[in-house]
Write a protein that binds this ligand. Structure first.
Ligand code: BLA
Length: 496
């Protein structure tokens, strides 16, 4: 494990779901569902729920008109109960068999005006031709609705680094459009929480946390209350320091979840403290969920088009292989299709000790050196990488032809392989600050201080292989193995 891995791991150890405190822009009480006895309360709860609030006592009088509604909700399967009383919004959810009730001041926006905005957004979203248009529209609507200085759409890559792919703002905070942020900025436990709970808000990053006190009976057997789904949860102090270093006093972020996976975030910031009332946050959640559905539809349709194209090529290759005397001769008759099967630049067929190449490839000797290395690995039938040199250092010499490869093994007995190649694509990546600069002081990890754009040249990498391309490679492997078996059987029938 190198230094940065140790740092990232220690970040991911912080149990952010049980801070034992909330942010001060609202108050929280914990009720026993059967009789609504108050088991725990944030230290500021009296100011919101009334002076009669007591640990171990009955639900405060202010809740009297709602007691039946809360009990009915608790018996239903709805995750959340929400209602307005005078100028406040009450939100209830379940945690470990208890009811957590949170209260915040309501905002000035009426449900009617929010609804009109949402309808406008649905209209604009439905007319977007591509993912980029949908992302830009969502950033603009969230910006208009919330009044944050800057709204970013942040997309995760396969290694959980983030890339700012859309932005809307008023110019008060610097633009982060197209910058990358390292995975450690949002550690694994935070990403897991954000995949389950889609929205979080920090109206004033310099807040004093308000502790949650428990009565003689806490309902949680002395353990801290699980605040995973609380709206007021006090957040990680490391993250508050990060916000300070970034020059942001307020933030809100919403998860973009596609096919059950955290695809990205919509991240909002202001230079000054900035409050967004519950109802407006709910409207933003609705916008981001609609955006996620739209992205999913657009991605799935691109994928389907690609799969149809790849299936056509597979069909042609299959016919060529069955009509030729061997699969390898069949493939050689359609060199363009062979390469197009996975969107490669070149391919090599290694069969019966011979090496046949099409398109852009390394030399025969270099191809043989790759085969030698592949044969020594664990016996996966398919191996794919976008950086061969990372695993096989001598591949650096021919990175220009083969930084990316997909290799399929076609026989257990003979060195029969089909390998596709993609060349190196040197990219300049703009990071927001040098990602290698994690600061460790007094035994604690601190976020980096500068978010000035910092360029890094990424070498020895090809373009990524898509899921559709990898599955086309797998399909071709199965087809070849099938053909080889059939030919062997035919031969057996002839000679027996
Ligand atoms: C949380 N880090 C977060 C969150 C964001 C980021 C959006 C969610 C909370 C929020 O909405 O403010 C990071 N914010 C970003 C990024 C951008 C942005 C990348 O605006 C880009 C535009 N952070 C560190 C280090 C650690 C760390 C070194 O830099 C760990 C030691 C931790 N970040 C950290 C933790 C959380 C977090 C623990 C969870 C906060 C919480 O929900 O309690």
């Amino acid at each position: 494990m190198d230094r940065s891995e140790i740092n990232l791991e220690s970040c991911a150890q912080e149990p952010i779901h049980i801070p034992g405190a909330i942010q001060p822009h609202g108050a929280l009480i914990v009720l026993r569902p059967t009789d609504l006895t108050v088991l725990q309360a944030s230290r500021n709860a009296g100011a919101f729920f009334g002076a009669d609030l007591r640990l171990g006592g009955p639900a405060p009088v202010i809740l009297d008109p709602l007691n039946d509604d809360i009990r009915n909700w608790h018996e239903s399967s709805e995750a959340v109960f929400q209602t307005d009383i005078s100028d406040a919004t009450l939100t209830a959810h379940r945690s470990g068999g208890l009811v957590i009730l949170e209260v915040e001041r309501s905002g000035a926006q009426t449900l009617g005006s929010l609804f009109a905005r949402l309808r406008g957004f649905a209209q604009v979203l439905s007319t977007q031709a591509d993912v980029a248009g949908s992302l830009a529209a969502a950033a603009r609507f969230v910006h208009d609705l919330t009044g944050f200085d800057r709204v970013l759409v942040y997309k995760f890559d396969d290694d959980w680094n983030g890339h700012v792919v859309a932005e809307a703002g008023n110019g008060r905070l610097p633009s982060y459009l197209d910058l990358r942020f390292p995975a450690g900025d949002i550690p694994a436990q935070a990403r897991a929480l954000y995949a389950a709970n889609r929205l979080r808000v920090i109206p004033d990053a310099s807040y004093e946390p308000v502790p949650i006190d428990a009565g003689r009976e806490s309902g949680t057997a002395g353990s801290p209350l699980d605040l995973s789904f609380s709206q007021l949860r006090s957040v990680s102090p490391v993250h508050l320091e990060y916000m300070h270093n970034m020059g942001t006093a307020a933030s809100m972020s919403m998860s973009i979840i596609i096919d059950g996976r955290l695809w990205g975030l919509v991240a909002c910031h202001s230079a000054q403290p900035h409050m967004v009332p519950v109802r407006v946050r709910d409207a933003c959640d609705f916008i981001v969920q609609s955006l996620a559905m739209r992205i999913a539809a657009q991605v799935h349709s691109q994928d389907a088009t690609r799969r149809v194209e790849l299936a056509r090529i597979s069909g042609d290759l299959l016919r060529a292989m069955t009509s030729a005397s061997s699969w390898s001769e069949g493939l050689e008759t359609l060199p363009k299709d062979l390469v197009a099967q996975v969107g490669a630049s070149g391919a090599a067929i290694i069969a019966q000790g011979e090496c046949h190449k099409v398109g852009i490839t390394p030399t025969d000797d270099e191809v043989r050196s790759i085969v030698g290395w592949l044969s020594g690995r664990a016996d996966d039938d398919i191996f794919a990488t976008t950086s061969l040199a990372a695993d096989f250092p001598s591949a650096e010499a021919f990175a220009g032809e083969a930084s990316g490869i997909i290799a399929i093994r076609l026989s257990e007995l003979y060195e029969n392989w089909l390998i596709w190649f993609r060349p190196e694509v040197i990219r300049t990546v703009q990071w927001a600050g040098d990602p290698h600069k994690i600061v460790q002081e007094k035994g604690r990890i601190h976020p980096r201080k500068s978010f000035q754009a910092w360029s890094e040249n990424v070498r020895l990498h090809s373009q990524a292989w898509s899921e559709a391309e990898l599955s086309a490679a797998r399909d071709l492997r199965n087809a070849i193995v099938g053909i080889v078996l059939r030919k062997a059987e035919e031969l057996g029938e002839l000679t027996s």
